[in-house]
Design a protein. Structure first.
Length: 328
């Protein structure tokens, strides 16, 4: 099968398309023909080895896993002898973990892994685009921020894959939402339900004097120290990008409801059962049209290097999807 392979750390140019061995499945696994996958900041970190702490997981000297990519949507090609929930021909979506491998024509995943049937009528692009951002945003806002109806939530990086999901889920929870993004995506964030949208090139949100119960920095560009001035007395700052000040305060964030707090939840390391429940919730909310996938653009697997360049640029709106044609 063809796969996008990374054998050394570096820029987008280190990604190469190669022929690699097809996955071999065990009795409890599915072989899925991938029709669509995503490329995001996690893949960029795994490819570049930056920030430095990323190498603790992805490999100290070179990438531990040659094929990147976590999210996938596709068709079940074959199932192991003990698999009961899925059959060949089923359309599925989900995420691999802890090891990546979705930037390829086939993936294998356990029946008990993070995989579910695709809602009826969904195409592969939408099916994969709705996975990653929401599986991150939901636990951050629900469990970390404990967002309730009437809370004020500020989402920094509101147009990205995680930020666009956060705007929608915070509104679903009944919050008043202010989204921060660049000028190219103001209309997008408004369309997702944000009560107000701030163009960060024209207004510095931390100097307005407004207060928020939750500040969710989905892109890691504003520090807890900066954001404390816009938090309520018992507000919480959440960031998807770990920093030492946030890591030192994370324990306090989980043990008290008083005082300004900060946290990173490391959602990718949450128990599988919790992530599976959230994937089911995503399907329910999408079926009820309470949330929707956001896609910046769709590129072919042959354009994987360009896809990495776009992600490195940091200005996409929603998910960057890689469509993989059927194997001849």
């Amino acid at each position: 099968m063809r796969a996008a392979v990374v054998e050394r750390y570096g820029g987008p140019e280190v990604v190469a398309l190669r022929e690699v061995r097809d996955p071999e499945i065990h009795d409890d696994e599915l072989l899925v023909r991938v029709e669509a996958t995503t490329i995001g900041p996690t893949d960029a970190a795994a490819r570049s080895g930056r920030p430095a702490f990323a190498r603790l997981y992805f490999g100290l000297m070179r990438p531990r896993h040659a094929v990147l990519g976590f999210e996938f949507a596709g068709v079940v090609e074959r199932v192991g002898s003990s698999v009961r929930r899925f059959a060949p021909g089923d359309r599925v979506h989900g995420a691999l973990g802890p090891q990546p491998g979705a930037h390829a024509e086939f993936v294998r995943i356990a029946e008990g892994g993070l995989v579910a049937h695709v809602p009826a009528g969904w195409d592969p692009v939408d099916a994969v685009a709705i996975v990653d951002g929401f599986l991150t945003a939901i636990p951050f806002l629900r469990d970390g921020g404990r967002v309730r109806r009437g809370d004020r939530v500020l989402v920094n990086g509101a147009s990205g894959a995680v930020g666009s999901a956060a705007v929608q889920f915070a509104k679903h929870l009944g919050a008043e939402v202010v989204g921060v993004c660049g000028p190219a995506h103001l209309d997008l964030v408004r369309s997702l339900g944000a009560d107000r949208v701030v163009d960060y090139t024209r207004e510095d949100i931390v100097t307005t004097g407004e207060r928020y119960d939750v500040v969710f920095d989905a892109v890691g560009t504003r520090s807890f120290r900066e954001c404390r001035r816009v938090l309520t007395a018992d507000g919480i700052y959440l960031s998807t990008v770990p920093s030492l000040p946030v890591l030192l305060r994370t324990r306090r964030a989980r043990s008290t409801d008083s005082g300004q707090r900060a946290a990173n939840l490391f959602t990718g390391l949450h128990p599988l059962a919790e992530k599976a429940a959230d994937l089911a919730l995503v399907g329910e909310l999408a079926a009820a049209e309470a949330i929707r996938p956001v896609v910046d653009r769709v590129l072919a697997l042959d354009d994987v290097v360009e896809a990495h360049r776009i992600v490195d640029g940091g200005h996409k709106g929603g998910n960057l999807v890689i469509a993989i044609p059927a194997v001849e």
